[in-house]
Design a protein around this ligand. Structure first.
Ligand code: FES
Ligand code: MG
Length: 575
């Protein structure tokens, strides 16, 4: 054991024979606890992102009791500390505006309270990076408890996938191919249980990546939320975190640079959500590693997409992925690319954790020589339209659009897009490049998931299902198409996207990773000189703080003052 009872952080609050500690102990007594229950034991914060409006975490109200049971069994003392619950489908304008808010809350909840370790309960999109960013900065031993994917959707015997099928059938509805009645039936068939989205969207991607990073019990991110294995996993995580405290196994010891490289390998093989790029860069920077967009692009050229899960795959969902062997099965396939000497929350190396792992269905988790795509989970493009880079997912795009030159059709903001995209007289052809601006970190604000711009209705009716689309927004991990995202610097702060005019020619060449606006530099300079400065989005409140401190997409959208390199480390509180 690395730590004695006297060295516990909580001992500083509870053990001294002084006035303050008297207060701490008497107020524990007020809640009905005797000293024997918590003194000399690891006090474990359970940071629970449950809420009545977070559909994906509905089971956390019960699961937290399973975690507590585990903590008690292992000789710890559980305390539940609720944190901001970011319901991806309901928080507006976008949960991304609040990821850093949750990160700050997590960090300060841990730092300010008498706790020795933490269980982080999350899963719905931004909750994973939010909790991990905060726990990394707080620095006490922490284990991540993934919410698990929901069951497959079902409609008329057809399997429905979160997000992806809603987008797909909405286009069919707009084209007049399905009825209002069908659409209403889908509404109650697409999400049939608690748990996060069960396509390879941001939630499935980020929980799996937290797993690869080593912050969960190995392989547990794949367990469906409604599976009894998930309950057993919750109590096991509770038991394990108590030992992590005694071992002093802090997040910094697990989150090495090599662990982040493993994360990028698996992200590529899963056909990850584009959002993962932003979150992983932010998390790595917090852990003190300079991971950049180029690391993702380089790995995507080497690592094939093996997980045949929608939207990159065409059939399967996370439930199938679990039955096929789940993340551990996938990692056995990727062994040539991984550093298996890295440890995870179990305290063991990945080589040990994968010793028994197998793949049970070769169509769901493909062998290296039968990938669903040879390369191309992600591509990072650069050029005069995106000097600091932008991101796309070639595996989810129509292949004829990967090399494309076409005239721009520019929408100044999301309201303008919504207003005109379904007009029958819109001057647009399938060769047009749709451009949406003022949707970045500051312009959106918070980079809303508007990046899968709808195909104009008149083209949908003609059978068009994909076009080149460019924005400084993000898109849902469940989205698909030739959507070029995260253009940096964003248009709101004067990035080149702000200079594009309808009719300008744009060329995109994914194999050579370029994106250019074919307008002479003198003309761009002329446009820049007359450009108006946009109105401030916020003049008070959280939004104001966000606007002052948010980084651009290629840097992970953390707040500058939360990054580890910003100033002296925050000291432990005086007690
Ligand atoms: Fe929660 Fe998709 S809405 S993960
Ligand atoms: Mg999502």
């Amino acid at each position: 054991m690395a730590k004695s009872a006297a060295e516990l952080r909580s001992a500083r609050y509870f053990e001294p024979d002084d006035f303050r500690s008297f207060g701490h102990r008497s107020r524990m007594a007020q809640m009905g606890y005797t000293g024997e229950e918590y003194r000399g034991k690891p006090v474990i914060a359970i940071i629970n992102t449950w809420s009545d409006l977070n559909q994906c975490h509905a089971h956390f109200k019960q699961r937290v009791d399973d975690v507590k049971r585990g903590i008690l069994q292992a000789g710890g003392f559980p305390v539940e500390l609720p944190a901001l619950s970011l319901s991806e489908s309901k928080v507006k304008p976008t949960t991304m505006l609040y990821r850093n808010f949750l990160a700050m809350e997590t960090e300060e909840l841990i730092r300010s309270h008498p706790v020795d370790g933490a269980v982080l309960m999350g899963g719905c999109d931004k909750t994973t990076p939010g909790l991990i960013l905060g726990a990394t900065s707080a620095g006490v031993p922490a284990i991540y408890l993934p919410a698990g994917p929901m069951l497959r959707g079902n409609w008329h015997g057809k399997v429905l996938g979160s997000g992806s099928d809603a987008f797909k059938y909405w286009d069919e509805r707009r084209a007049g191919n399905i009825s209002a009645e069908d659409w209403n039936e889908m509404e109650v068939g697409i999400a049939r249980s608690y748990g996060h989205c069960m396509t390879m969207g941001t939630a499935s991607t980020m929980t799996a990546l937290a797993d690869v990073l080593g912050l969960t019990l190995p392989g547990t991110s794949s367990i469906p939320a409604a599976d009894a294995n998930h309950i057993r996993m919750a109590s096991a995580a509770g038991r394990r975190v108590v030992d992590m405290v005694w071992e002093d196994l802090t997040p910094g010891k697990i989150q090495t640079e090599a662990a982040y490289r493993n994360v990028i390998v698996v992200a590529m093989a899963m056909g990850c959500s584009t959002n993962a790029v932003i979150h992983i860069i932010a998390m790595a920077r917090r852990a003190g590693h300079a991971i950049s967009l180029d690391d993702f692009d380089a790995m995507s050229r080497k690592v094939p997409v093996l997980a045949n899960v929608r939207p990159s795959g065409d059939t399967y969902l996370m439930e199938d992925f679990y039955y096929a062997g789940g993340l551990l099965g996938l990692m056995t396939r990727l062994a040539p690319f991984l550093d298996l000497s890295q440890i995870n929350a179990s305290g063991r190396t990945w080589a040990q954790s994968l010793a028994e792992a197998k793949v049970y269905n070769e169509d769901v988790i493909r062998p290296l020589d039968k990938p669903i795509y040879e390369e191309g989970a992600l591509a990072v493009l650069r050029g005069n339209l995106a000097p600091n880079g932008c991101v796309m997912k070639p595996s989810a795009a129509a292949s004829h659009l990967l090399r494309h030159i076409g005239p721009a059709l520019v929408f100044d903001n999301y309201a303008a897009l919504k207003e005109s995209i379904d007009r029958d007289d819109l001057d647009v052809t399938p060769d047009h490049v749709l451009v949406l601006r003022n949707a970045g970190p500051l312009g959106g604000p918070g980079m809303p998931e508007w990046g899968m711009l709808p195909i104009p209705k008149k083209l949908v009716k003609q059978g068009v299902r994909d076009m080149v689309r460019i924005s400084d927004a993000r898109m849902s991990g469940t989205s698909y198409g030739a959507c070029i995202l995260h253009v940096s610097p964003e248009s709101y702060i004067g990035g080149p996207l702000s200079l594009v005019e309808t009719g300008d020619m744009i060329s995109v060449d994914v194999p050579s990773r370029t994106i250019n606006l074919d307008v002479p530099e003198e003309e761009l300079a002329r446009r820049r000189a007359v450009q108006a400065i946009p109105k401030k989005r916020y003049e008070r409140g959280y939004g104001w703080m966000f606007s002052q401190h948010i980084r651009q997409a290629d840097e992970g959208c953390d707040f500058d003052f939360l990054e580890t390199t910003f100033g002296r480390p925050v000291a432990e509180p005086d007690i």
